[in-house]
Write a protein that binds this ligand. Structure first.
Ligand code: GDP
Length: 179
């Protein structure tokens, strides 16, 4: 089953986005070790794909050693996930490009992990400001990459971007079946 990973800084709106994407009730949470809080959660969607909920990075209030544990989990995940089709990196649309997010995208790129950007909390900005912030991201990313990665503008509170993300995943899934 193809997998899609969702990751971003803590508080970026990941839980809200996952709730928005999975509100169809076809959702079942899978758990390797019942009773334990999982660092990595898998959700199976429509029997078609796994949504992988990865721990947030960039916690301000977490100790260095805890950060290391998280980092290790994340890097191990990306190392061994053969089913991973695409990682969605969540970015708060309100902020200018942040080094930690750019570094993480760099890491994915260097390790050959395909990724897209999901801008979150779009309801908090006016359309013009959204456009400006996306342009800022383009400018920075095109210094490193040949193309701007595929991106989505979303708001979980206003239910924006849901179909775009789900259609994109559906399309990738159907391409995989044909091959
Ligand atoms: P996580 O830590 O990345 O899982 O973030 P959460 O989903 O818990 O969201 C963090 C905070 O941002 C919460 O207070 C949410 O209510 C808020 N939030 C998340 N998504 C949106 C959004 O699309 N619009 C607005 N206005 N607030 C949001």
């Amino acid at each position: 089953i193809p997998e899609y990973a969702f990751i971003g800084r803590s508080n970026v709106g990941k839980s809200s986005l996952i709730n928005m994407l999975t509100s169809k009730k076809s959702l079942a949470k899978t758990s390797g070790r019942p009773g334990k809080t999982q660092l990595i959660n898998h959700f199976i969607i429509n029997q078609e794909w796994y949504l992988v909920d990865l721990p947030g990075y960039g916690y301000a209030k977490v100790s260095k050693s805890a950060k290391k544990v998280f980092q290790k989990f994340i890097t191990q995940y990306f190392k061994f996930r053969e089913q991973l089709v695409c990682a969605f990196v969540l970015v708060d649309i309100r902020h200018k490009p942040q080094p930690i997010d750019l570094e993480f995208m760099q890491y994915l790129g260097e390790n050959g992990v395909p990724f897209c950007i999901i801008f979150t909390k779009a309801d908090k900005l006016k359309p013009q400001a959204i456009e400006n912030h996306v342009e800022d991201y383009k400018t920075v990313l095109l210094e490193t990459w040949e193309d701007m990665p595929q991106y989505f503008i979303t708001s979980s509170s206003k239910d924006i971007g849901k179909e775009e993300v789900l259609d994109f995943i559906g399309e990738l899934n159907s391409n995989m079946i044909i091959e």
